[in-house]
Write a protein that binds this ligand. Structure first.
Ligand code: DSN
Length: 426
């Protein structure tokens, strides 16, 4: 590379990723093939429009690669349509709201501190300025059970146009059948934001919302799905010419969504990312991916058990998916920022996290959030979860003892070097 400054930073980041353990539940390590597609000449191409209907010439290969990504996504999730152009999860959610709602309409999502995502109506976001968000949340903090009766009562009162089932920090499973019942009663479109668990759904180790009558699924492609940084919108209905205006009817959702993504919200799709999405979807169809997804869940359960054995207070007392949230104020009397920074010092990367009805602010919240998708890609198994829980406990307990932290850091580094990044494997 001619640019030595950037080359050095890429090398430093490779070293950081190799020598530490990535426990942020929304991150993962992609394969060399995904990286190669991302770094391909497709990055040079403008392709505004859709396969077979573009505003620029020279689309012989982009049309094929986008159609391949669409076909693979549809078959992976059992959808009638896939829009693979969304740049990420936030614009994917935004596109769905605008495809189906008018400004001022009501949308129902999970209470943010209970696990909902910023794009599910956090005040200050563009969507919260345009739409009226109402909430459902956890009824029993010890089990994580959602208050479905309260949710139905709110839905009947506020008549949401869309009900979102989805989260970014909820360690339990949602009851999609109950969502579907409520949606039916109030005539709402059912949207699952499965950004965190898309890979687990694709592998069949967690239920697919489409099997319960959901109309739309939005997701990012870079979390458990282990693809490039990007987004996608899957929907049920009939696909028609996206350049023709169309009525707001359920059966037209695929076309309404396509028209909202382009030209509604985005310009040219990122064809190099779409090529990498196609590669990742193919990888996710392979039998090895099912084994990977099952191992994510086994590792997560084991890590949760080992943390609880060491006294960590986990929100909902465990996990059903790939992530866990720990209340570190209740456990150690420190906030999530201090815990995050302490663990970073020994090479364990996770993130500070607000907990349900957190009395502390988001930048210094009461919790931390961690998960197993990336370390499972790296090849770690249940026995390694015991080590991670012990390192976390030791580091937090000895957070003022620099010598102990340095020793733990060396131990973590030595351990990590046995597990090369997938992109380093030949
Ligand atoms: N930032 C992602 C996460 O970490 O959950 C969600 O967008």
């Amino acid at each position: 590379m001619d640019d030595k400054k950037v080359e050095k930073l890429i090398a430093a980041e490779e070293k950081r990723q190799s020598e530490g353990l990535e426990l942020i539940p929304s991150e993962n390590y992609v394969s060399r093939d995904v990286l190669n597609a991302m770094g391909s000449v497709f990055t040079n191409k403008y392709s505004e429009g859709f396969p077979g209907k573009r505003y620029y010439g020279g689309q012989i290969n982009t049309d094929k690669v986008e159609q391949l990504a669409i076909n693979r996504a549809k078959s992976l999730f059992g959808a009638d349509h896939a829009n693979v152009q969304s740049h990420s999860g936030a614009p994917a959610n935004e596109a769905v709201y605008h495809a189906w709602c008018d400004p001022g309409d009501t949308i129902m999502g999970m209470e943010l501190s209970h696990g909902g995502h910023l794009t599910h109506g956090r005040p200050g976001t563009i969507s919260a300025k345009l739409f009226n968000f109402v909430r459902y949340g956890i009824k029993d903090i010890e089990t994580g059970e959602i208050g479905y009766n309260e949710m139905l009562a709110t839905a009947k009162k506020t008549k949401p146009k869309i009900i979102i089932a989805g989260f970014s920090s909820y360690p339990r499973s949602l009851d999609y059948a109950k969502f579907a019942q409520i949606g039916k009663e109030v005539n709402a479109v059912l949207m699952a934001d499965m950004a965190h668990i898309a890979g687990l759904i694709a592998a069949g180790v967690l239920p697919n919302p489409f099997d319960f009558g959901f109309h739309i699924i939005t997701t990012t492609t870079h979390k458990t799905l282990r693809g490039p940084r990007g987004g996608m919108i899957l929907s049920q209905g009939t696909v028609s010419n996206p350049f023709q205006p169309i009525d707001k009817k359920l059966k037209n959702l695929p076309t309404l969504i396509d028209r909202t993504v382009f030209p509604g919200i985005q310009g040219g799709p990122h064809m190099h990312t779409i090529a990498a999405k196609a590669v990742a979807f193919d990888e996710a169809m392979k039998p090895e991916f099912k084994v990977y997804a099952r191992q994510i869940l086994k590792n997560s359960k084991k890590l949760a058990d080992e943390l609880m054995k060491r006294g960590f207070k986990l929100i909902t007392n465990g996990t059903d998916n790939h992530m866990m949230v720990a209340d570190v104020v209740a456990t150690f009397g420190i906030d999530g920022k201090v815990a995050e920074e302490t663990l970073d010092e020994i090479g364990l990367t996770l993130n500070k996290q607000i907990i349900p009805d957190d009395p502390l602010p988001p930048y210094k919240p009461s919790g931390i959030r961690l998960g197993t998708p990336a370390i499972t890609t790296r090849g770690l198994k249940e026995k390694d979860m015991v080590l991670i829980a012990e390192w976390m406990h030791q580091a937090i307990k000895n957070r003022r003892n620099n010598k102990k932290l340095a020793a733990l850091s060396s131990e973590v580094k030595e351990f990590c070097l046995q597990f090369p990044l997938p992109s380093d494997k030949t």
